[in-house]
Each structure stands twice: as C-alpha cells, then as structure tokens.
Design a protein around this ligand. Structure first.
Ligand SMILES: [Mg+2]
Length: 113
C-alpha cells in the first residue's frame, strides 16, 4: 500500500519553530518504509526545502497548505496523511481528502503499516 505523508513544520516537526514532537528520525523512517513524504507549511517553499536539506532528507514535495489537493493529484497513493498542530491544518487536510493527524497522534507512526 502506497502512503503519502505531508508534514506541517512549526509545532509539528522537531525542526520547527516552535519545535514539535515528530522527530526527523521518524520522518526518515517513514521514507525508508516507502512513504512519499514532504512538507505543507506556511513557510516559503525555499525555507521548507532548506530544512530538509539541513537534515539530509530527500522529500518528494514542499508545498503550501492550500496546495494539498495538487499534491494528491501529483502523487497517486492509497492513503494520504497530513499531520499538523492547528485547526487550519485540519481544515485544509479535510478539504483535500487527506486523513488528518494531530502532531501527538503522529508519535504512533500510523503511516507505518
Ligand atoms: Mg504548525
């Protein structure tokens, strides 16, 4: 089963400001498991890319949150997750047909099947 995981950054990832509970190691693990990964954040796309580069993680996309529908179109998958820490994340995820996970729910790594 192909799974795509979109990560919010601030308040969600440990590299965010403020830092969130999802470690970059967990992101790497998701990728190693075969998940399509990337970020959907309010940060400018080059800033998002810099964060991934800094941690030497190759992502398939960096995106604005309102672009989640485009991500879905571009990457066929069986399951789509967006993980974030605000109701805005939840709203955009739902509108795009993604399963929404609160940042703490991500600690269970539900994308590892
Ligand atoms: Mg956030």
């Amino acid at each position: 089963m192909k799974v795509l995981v979109s990560f919010d950054i601030d308040g969600t990832l440990e590299a965010g400001d403020p830092p969130g509970p999802i470690t970059m190691q967990m992101v790497k693990k998701a990728k190693e498991h075969g998940c399509i990964i990337g970020s959907s954040s309010d940060r400018p796309l080059p800033v998002q890319q810099n964060i991934w580069d800094r941690f030497d993680i190759e992502v398939s996309f960096v995106s604005a949150k309102h672009q989640l529908p485009d991500i879905k179109t571009k990457f066929p998958a069986d399951k789509y997750y967006h993980i974030g820490d605000t109701e805005i994340d939840q709203q955009y995820a739902k509108q795009a047909g993604f399963d929404f996970l609160w940042e703490q729910e991500g600690l269970d790594e539900p994308w590892i099947t």
